[in-house]
Design a protein around this ligand. Structure first.
Ligand SMILES: Nc1nc2c([nH]c(=O)n2[C@@H]2O[C@H](COP(=O)(O)OP(=O)(O)OP(=O)(O)O)[C@@H](O)[C@H]2O)c(=O)[nH]1
Ligand SMILES: [Mg+2]
Length: 133
């Protein structure tokens, strides 16, 4: 069986107090109830950077300025393979909110918990907690 392969681009929105903006996945979605970095699927005609700018506008209302690609990884779920591109976003216009009605919060990066996120996020969340990023 060939697993479905999806490319995803997400934004780690960090403010000047080292807080990270996270949102909660909808009850009906893949990885329901987990917290995530806002983002989504890269369309065929987009670069990962263009995709994260579009997704952040759709999901959080901000216009991200110069997202920086900090890590890309592949994760195999039982039903799909995803390629995740993580971008650090430290400059933007507007104020992020749960534009699609999703629960949201700002959390100091040292207080993030790997178990609150999908398993593919473990290494990046640990790097944020330790201050490596
Ligand atoms: N947005 C986001 N998705 C993540 C993260 N970690 C992770 O494993 N994923 C997975 O990556 C995929 C992202 O899909 P998505 O539902 O956000 O895609 P999307 O915004 O384009 O949604 P749509 O196609 O339903 O409109 C899901 O399978 C999700 O479980 C993360 O930190 N943020
Ligand atoms: Mg999404």
């Amino acid at each position: 069986m060939t697993l479905k392969k999806i490319t995803i681009s997400v934004g780690i929105i960090r403010n000047s107090q080292n807080e990270i903006f996270i949102t909660q996945r909808d009850a009906s979605s893949h990885m329901a109830g987990f917290w995530e970095f806002p983002g989504g699927k890269v369309e065929a005609d987009e670069t990962p950077c263009e995709a994260v700018v579009r997704e952040l506008q759709e999901e959080t209302g901000i216009v991200a300025e110069r997202p920086v690609l900090i890590k890309s990884l592949e994760h195999i779920f039982p039903d799909r393979v995803i390629i995740l591109h993580f971008h650090l976003v430290e400059k933007w216009q507007g104020e992020p909110y749960g534009k699609e009605g999703q629960p949201m919060r700002w959390l100091p990066q040292s207080e993030l918990k790997p178990e609150d996120f999908p398993p593919a996020n473990e290494s990046i969340v640990k790097a944020l907690i330790s201050g490596e990023i």
